[in-house]
Design a protein around this ligand. Sequence first.
Ligand SMILES: [Fe+2]
Ligand SMILES: [Fe+2]
Length: 143
Amino acid sequence: MGMGMGMMGISSSDLLLINDIQTAVILEVQAFNYYQRLMALTANEQQRQIITSIQRDEMRHYHWFTMMLRMMGAQQPLIPPGELPVNFVEGTREAIRLELEAAVFYQTIANRATAHFIRMHTTRAIYDEQRHATLLQNILISL
Ligand SMILES: [Fe+2]
Ligand SMILES: [Fe+2]
């Protein structure tokens, strides 16, 4: 797609979309790293399994969003280090907030996009992030 297409052929709304998807790639990597640290803060096997399953989803989302950038001929972003949790309960609470924030942000991508691939996979990511928030909420309730 977009063979030889320079930035000249890209509309300003495409640029906004590309910028948002680059942010999504950053959020997915930071989420993966966040959960890696969160997992180190609990010895509970069930909690660790839940966090591992969430990480698998974030990895999948990362692949989808990087694929979208490649399809649009856009650059992959540099990934700045994100915040990391230092306490399991506080960290889980913060993770819920980040998941819900990501879901709201991804809605703007789904709304802006016209390409089927982008709309479909972003919608799937929104559903996953909302499910992650619920899984984490259940961890807090079970403590
Ligand atoms: Fe994600
Ligand atoms: Fe998530």
